[in-house]
Design a protein around this ligand. Structure first.
Ligand code: C2E
Ligand code: CA
Ligand code: CA
Ligand code: CA
Length: 277
């Protein structure tokens, strides 16, 4: 009866063929998106305790003529597994550094954080591409933050560390994204040239009432302070979360409460207007 139950369930699952066809279609669309310029670079502000914008995270948006707006969660995994992420990630890096150079011209002191996928990070020529992209744009390396996840360190920690040291020499900064959600040990924190950690949204969500989230967030803030790392809290949606984070010494805040992701030019123009007012 057990075996029969199982095969009944399987009967209603979408066929593997349909799934792989959908996947192939999405992959073809992604390729076309790159060639025909369907990607947009959005920026989400990161603010200091006074609400001033000190940085921004670059987030990819895809506007497809028929699919409409496709969220990154629906295609980054495929870009990663098909290898398209190398070119897509390079596009994001190019855009972000051009905006950084533009900020410099406008006198807007912004840092921009770019998400780097594990595969992109481990490409043999990645450091060289970062160097060339920075040189081409004229952007100041010190304003570029590379967000990587702990997963990058899992596969080959020694090689990942060597790569980070090589990139760090260019002047770029590293941030550990989704901190506390990966599987790696904390030992890497003292070995790697990190500037910042980002507290994952899942911890922020329970603040201030969930005592586990509060304890974990406090511990992360303390750890960061002791190790002289900057901290960004992400996914801050409410005033009470903001208040709690301020009280506990978190100096950089990102979340819908302070600003949603918006087209890069919109945010930068607004900052420029505000600075000349
Ligand atoms: P992430 O790096 O953790 O980015 C933060 C995500 O949280 C973004 O979703 C952002 O829009 C969302 N978010 C920000 N504030 C809030 C908030 O207050 N509440 C809630 N509920 N959400 C908030 P998004 O833009 O959909 O991106 C999802 C993920 O896709 C990112 O997670 C990142 O892993 C990936 N991604 C986005 N852009 C890129 C990219 O250029 N390259 C790579 N490799 N991955 C990217
Ligand atoms: Ca991120
Ligand atoms: Ca994150
Ligand atoms: Ca996340």
């Amino acid at each position: 009866a057990k075996a029969e139950g199982r095969s009944t369930v399987r009967f209603f699952e979408p066929s593997m063929q349909a799934e792989s066809e959908a996947r192939l279609a999405l992959e073809a669309d992604l390729r076309e998106a790159l060639q025909t310029g369907q990607f947009r670079l959005y920026l989400q502000p990161q603010c200091d305790p006074l609400g001033r914008v000190v940085g921004a995270e670059a987030l990819l948006r895809w506007q497809h003529p028929k699919r409409g707006w496709v969220p990154p969660a629906a295609f980054i995994w495929l870009a990663e597994s098909s290898g398209l992420i190398d070119d897509i990630g390079q596009w994001v890096l190019g855009e972000a550094t051009q905006w950084l150079a533009r900020c410099d011209e406008l006198g807007v002191p912004l840092r921009i954080a770019v998400n780097i996928s594990p595969r992109q990070f481990m490409q043999p020529d990645f450091p060289q591409r970062v160097r060339q992209t920075l040189a081409h744009s004229g952007a100041d390396a010190g304003r570029l933050v590379l967000e990587i996840t702990e997963n990058v360190l899992l596969h080959d920690p020694a090689q990942a560390a060597a790569r980070m040291i090589e990139l760090k020499a260019l002047g770029v900064r590293f941030s550990i994204d989704d901190f506390g959600t990966g599987y790696s040990s904390l030992a890497y924190l003292k070995r790697l040239p990190l500037s910042e950690i980002k507290i994952d949204r899942s911890f922020i969500a329970g603040l201030p009432d969930d005592s586990n989230d509060a304890a974990l967030t406090k511990a992360i803030l303390l750890l960061a302070q002791e190790m002289e790392l900057e901290v960004v809290a992400e996914g801050v949606e409410t005033e009470s979360q903001l208040e709690w984070l301020r009280t506990h010494g978190c100096r950089t805040i990102q979340g819908y409460l302070l600003g949603r992701p918006e087209p890069a030019g919109d945010l930068i123009e607004r900052l420029q207007r505000a600075s000349t007012d």
